[in-house]
Ligand binder design. Sequence first.
Ligand SMILES: NC(=O)c1ccc[n+]([C@@H]2O[C@H](COP(=O)([O-])OP(=O)(O)OC[C@H]3O[C@@H](n4cnc5c(N)ncnc54)[C@H](OP(=O)(O)O)[C@@H]3O)[C@@H](O)[C@H]2O)c1
Length: 276
Amino acid sequence: MLGMSTLVLGGTGKTGRRIVERLTARGVPTRVGSRSGEPPFDWYDEATWAPALRGVSAAYISVYPDIAIPGAAEMAGAFAQFAVDNGVRRIVLLSGRGEDGAQRGEEAVRAASADCTILRSSWFSQNFSESFLLDAVRAGVVALPANSVPEPFVDVDDIADAAVAALTEDGHAGELYEVTGPRLLTFADAVGDIGRATGRDVRFVRVSLEDYAAELASYEVPQDEIELLTYLFSEVLDGRNARLTDGIERAIGRAPRDFRDYARDAAASGVWNGAA
Ligand SMILES: NC(=O)c1ccc[n+]([C@@H]2O[C@H](COP(=O)([O-])OP(=O)(O)OC[C@H]3O[C@@H](n4cnc5c(N)ncnc54)[C@H](OP(=O)(O)O)[C@@H]3O)[C@@H](O)[C@H]2O)c1
């Protein structure tokens, strides 16, 4: 709608930042929805929701810290309802694959907006370069409680393209796009690709769930984050997500990017240079 803005929640994060860049490049009035946005948006301070939604007709919802944690589904549903009540007509929700909590979040948002578009995503490739695995890759040892079940890592640039299509084009209302990359990789495979891309010795080491949790605790990682990570490694990586989907192709009409291309570009950016 003319003159109306698109609100991008998590607009400085992995997916949101890229969506903001793309919308801005297209001349779409765009607002960053985060604590550092103008006006600020805080999931945990509902007084910030109305100012963030003023003059907004479309919204990208990525829940912080994770749509699968207890209470997140209800929070996402409440925000979606509030957005619809305040004039938002188009909603795109970022969700997670094979996670009960995330699927509850989808239902809660769909209850507010039956026309919303859902991007149900596999693990992001960028977890290795922009998130909790970055320091390990820099240090040359990625120690995880990951088994040999493969995961179809998806590139967040593809998620951003899909989100922008759904926010700006007709034809995506009510769609559920399950988005994956084009190849199934174990964590050992992924780390191998990164090692080859960087030309450095980067090793994958399998550790027990207990040792992983203890290691995180020794770095003073908050307990709720430890619980989320151990949940993801113990329950979600059990084979339920070990298959490819055509969600990216359906959403944007082209194949998803391969992990090798991601690793090559991330290596070239210098993000993995030097020990942590
Ligand atoms: N990582 C994966 O592999 C994966 C896979 C599937 C689904 N997901 C889903 O992806 C979502 C996260 O998206 P993302 O990775 O693009 O984001 P992200 O990189 O985790 O970015 C965090 C964003 O949230 C903002 N933020 C932090 N605290 C906030 C608060 N209290 N209120 C409002 N905003 C806050 C940050 O900005 P400020 O600091 O300025 O507030 C930043 O923009 C989660 O819901 C997760 O379930 C992730």
